[in-house]
Each structure stands twice: as structure tokens, then as C-alpha cells.
Design a protein around this ligand. Structure first.
Ligand code: ZN
Ligand code: ZN
Length: 441
């Protein structure tokens, strides 16, 4: 870091950065300055939440002329309370205090921390800030925010006015430990290296094995399954889980509203947002094929995170051709016009040839199951008529079959068709369609 940070900046950013240093009375970039830093929170100036708010949200930046309406920076509070801000050191210039610290970048505690400095006036007013993360040149990233929260907390908790510098330094030196997740039953709460704080005045008699067994049995018989039972192998497997998600409620009206809101599907944000945390029809096959006791992390991550727009040739082909497939479908049903985009290779089942009363094809959005709100489906369209009721339409445009005539489709061993008019029951498309039909019914 030393001596290279300023030089590493592109010319335009460097100029702005040097101007900022000058404005805070700094002779050198704090990242390059290695000596004279002081670790003593008792010398820090008073600052409160309004100073943070004013800097991060309200004040126009001197350097970018933009209002820093940076929501993420307010989330920086989480970084601070998680203990990701390392010890904060300071120096004084003729204009203000300059604080430097490093902030762990995320829950991945092994990642390299980001270096941050902030300049605060005696009054608590934040004059400038900087971080070497990508967002740092905007001067209001979450890391800057986290350091400000630490400064504010030190005032609020009385650390800056404590009589003992050593206590203040101890508070300043928080750091996160590397913690490995583990099942409760495998965690040793006794702890070999545990420090004994204070003296135990009265020895507590240890329960005998039979007393312990009797106590656990009593707890078990309450039927309330307290968490402590899961730490004893005898009860660990037998304690029934409260299926909290079985009690979730979602009304049909709410489901209708979400569907209307997501009618443009992948083109709207809401469609991606409502899918988060739900098992969807296109993913049902994978979910059914993962280990139910220990689901793979990838499966869980896919369910719990927002889908990104991926631009592979396969997906692009599918997206581009789906609308032609739907037009061809409507044309085959006799309710859509003939256009030059229609497929020239049309095969239809008997159902399609029949005459239907009030036949229509409608767009569909994301349909959340109101009985099981953790399930949601979206098909490509709905088909309905007065004589047969409602059905779902799923268009598939396999890239690998582009330009191939239908006679060769069933020859593909990995393909989804067992005959030209039926899906292979073990194929992902089969599960997808069944799941959609089930949830729509
Ligand atoms: Zn940053
Ligand atoms: Zn019909």
C-alpha cells in the first residue's frame, strides 16, 4: 500500500484525490503515511449520528457535486456491529482529525480488508473520506460508513470520555475471529480455553447421569422440543421441527396482485424479486433430485438469491424464439394471424384441431401458490376455453435443435421427447410442466 496508492490512481482521480488531501491539511496520503498514528480513543472529537447522516446522505460532495444519497452506506451500520472495523488510529492536522482503519469486506472473513480514512473536524463534522475499495472514489462506500459508525458509537458509549486510555484502546481493538459453522450437538460449550471471570462462591453440585437423563426425559415429554435437546444425541433426531413455513399465509388476492405486477416476467424487477426464496417450476426438478437431508449449497443459494440476467447463446436463442413459438401456437389454434415469423414445421395434436368455444391465450406472470407460498410458477402463457377450461403453455426452443427438422428430434437421447407428442417423464421439462399444472390447479 505504502507510496503506491496515489500513483496507482488514474490521472483524473489522482488530481481530485490530491485536492482532497490538501483540503484536510494532509501532507501525504494516509495510506502511505506509516508513522505517528495514535491509538487513543479518549482524544477523539465528539460526533453523533447527525454528523454521519449529514455526510452520507445530505451533503453535496465537494468533489463530485453529487448528493450522496447512498443507501448502502447506511447499511454500513451492519458492518460496524458485526465487528468488521479494525482498530481506528488517528493523527491531527491543522484542520482536522484524520482517522484510518481497515474494514473487512464481507462475511468472508478471510478476504483482504479495505483501507479507509476519514477526516473529521473538532465539531464532529465530516470533512472528507476515502476508501481503496472500488466504490471508494465516491467517498461514501459502506466501509467509510462503518468507520464513521465506530467513531459515533465510541462517543455514545462513553469510550471517548473514559478515564482509562487502556480500556478505550481495548474497545478499539475489536476484531472478528474465524468461526466455522457446526451442528449444535457438536459444539463444545464448555470450552477448553475459556477464561473464568470472577470467583465461583458456591460450588454447584454436578448432576448424576440418572438425574440428567430424568431431566432430559421430562423436557422431551413436554412436547415443546426445547433447543437444548438437540445437543443430546438421544433426542437430537427425534425432536420434531416446528414447520414454521407451514403456517405462512398468502391470500388468493395477493397472488393475483403479484401475478399482475409480474406480467412482463424477466423484463421486470418484481418477477426476479418474488422468485427469491421460492421453489419455482423451472427449478423443481433440481430440488427433487438433491439430497433432501443435506441439500447442496448450490441449490440453496440458487433458491435464495436473485437470478441474474445471463447472456449465453442458448438463453438468447430461447428468448428470441419463444415469442415466435407462441405466435405459431396461436396460429395453429386458429386465433393468431399468419406472419413470416411462424415456424414452418408445425405438428399439432387432436386437441388443437378441435373447435373450442371462447378460446384465448393470455400472458402469465409469476404465480405464487396461496396454499404453499414457498412455491411459485410462471409458464409462458395460459390457454383457456369455455369447453375445456384453463391450461398452461410452455414454449421450449432448444438451441441444439436449431434448424433441425422434427423427424430427428426423438433420436436425441438426451432430448426431452419420448414421442413427438410426449415428454420423457424423467426429464426436467416434464417436472417443470407437472409442477406448474399442480400449482395452477
Ligand atoms: Zn470502501
Ligand atoms: Zn375447449
Amino acid at each position: 500500500m505504502a507510496q503506491t496508492y496515489t500513483l496507482s490512481l488514474p490521472a483524473e482521480d489522482r488530481e481530485r484525490y490530491l485536492k482532497k488531501l490538501l483540503d484536510t491539511g494532509l501532507q501525504r496520503c494516509p495510506f502511505e503515511l506509516l508513522e505517528n498514528w495514535i491509538n487513543d480513543p479518549t482524544q477523539w472529537p465528539n460526533m453523533d449520528y447527525s454528523d454521519i447522516y449529514h455526510y452520507l446522505v445530505e451533503s453535496p460532495s465537494l468533489y463530485t457535486s453529487e448528493t450522496m444519497k447512498n443507501k448502502r452506506s447506511l447499511e454500513a451500520h451492519k458492518f460496524f456491529v458485526s465487528g468488521w472495523v479494525q482498530a481506528v488510529l488517528h493523527i491531527k492536522t491543522d484542520k482536522c482529525f484524520v482517522f484510518k482503519s481497515s474494514v473487512k469486506p464481507s462475511w468472508r472473513v478471510t478476504n483482504k480488508p479495505h483501507n479507509t480514512w476519514v477526516a473529521v473536524e473538532n465539531s464532529g463534522k465530516v470533512r472528507a473520506a476515502h476508501c481503496d475499495c472500488m466504490a471508494g472514489l465516491g467517498e461514501s462506500c459502506s466501509h467509510v460508513g462503518a468507520v464513521l459508525y465506530k467513531l459515533e458509537a465510541s462517543v455514545r458509549l462513553g469510550i471517548t470520555t473514559t478515564v482509562s486510555t487502556s480500556i478505550a484502546c481495548q474497545w478499539n481493538a475489536v476484531s472478528t475471529k474465524k468461526v466455522e459453522p457446526s451442528e449444535i450437538r457438536s459444539i463444545d460449550f464448555g470450552g477448553r480455553g475459556r477464561k473464568v471471570i470472577g470467583k465461583v462462591k458456591r460450588p454447584i453440585p454436578k448432576a448424576s447421569a440418572s438425574q440428567q437423563a430424568q431431566f432430559l426425559q421430562m423436557l422431551h415429554e413436554t412436547g415443546e422440543c426445547p433447543v437444548v435437546l438437540s445437543t443430546f444425541s438421544k433426542y437430537a433426531g427425534s425432536t420434531p421441527h416446528h414447520s414454521w413455513f407451514e403456517t405462512l399465509t398468502f391470500t388468493k388476492e395477493e397472488a393475483d396482485r403479484v401475478e399482475a405486477e409480474t406480467i412482463t416476467q424477466a423484463a421486470c424487477k418484481a418477477w426476479r424479486r418474488h422468485r427469491v426464496g421460492r421453489i419455482t417450476s423451472s427449478f423443481a426438478h433440481t430440488v427433487l433430485h438433491t439430497n433432501q437431508e443435506k441439500p447442496s449449497n448450490t441449490v440453496i443459494r440458487t433458491i435464495m438469491s436473485e437470478a441474474k440476467n445471463i447472456n449465453s447463446p442458448y438463453l438468447k436463442w430461447g428468448r428470441d424464439n419463444e415469442k415466435h413459438a407462441l405466435e405459431t401456437y396461436k396460429y395453429a389454434l386458429g386465433i393468431g394471424p399468419a406472419t413470416d415469423q411462424l415456424s414452418t414445421n408445425i405438428l399439432v395434436t387432436e386437441d388443437v384441431c378441435k373447435v373450442h368455444e371462447g378460446l384465448r391465450v393470455d400472458r402469465s406472470g409469476f404465480r405464487i401458490s396461496h396454499e404453499r407460498p414457498y412455491f411459485g410458477v410462471s409458464c409462458d402463457a395460459y390457454v383457456s376455453c369455455d369447453c375445456c377450461g384453463k391450461g398452461v403453455v410452455e414454449a421450449k426452443c432448444p438451441y441444439k435443435w436449431a434448424g433441425q427438422q422434427s423427424v430427428s428430434w426423438t433420436d436425441d437421447e438426451k432430448g426431452h421427447l419420448s414421442t413427438l407428442f410426449s415428454l420423457k417423464p424423467n426429464h426436467v421439462y416434464y417436472t417443470q410442466v407437472q409442477f406448474t399444472l399442480q400449482r395452477q390447479s
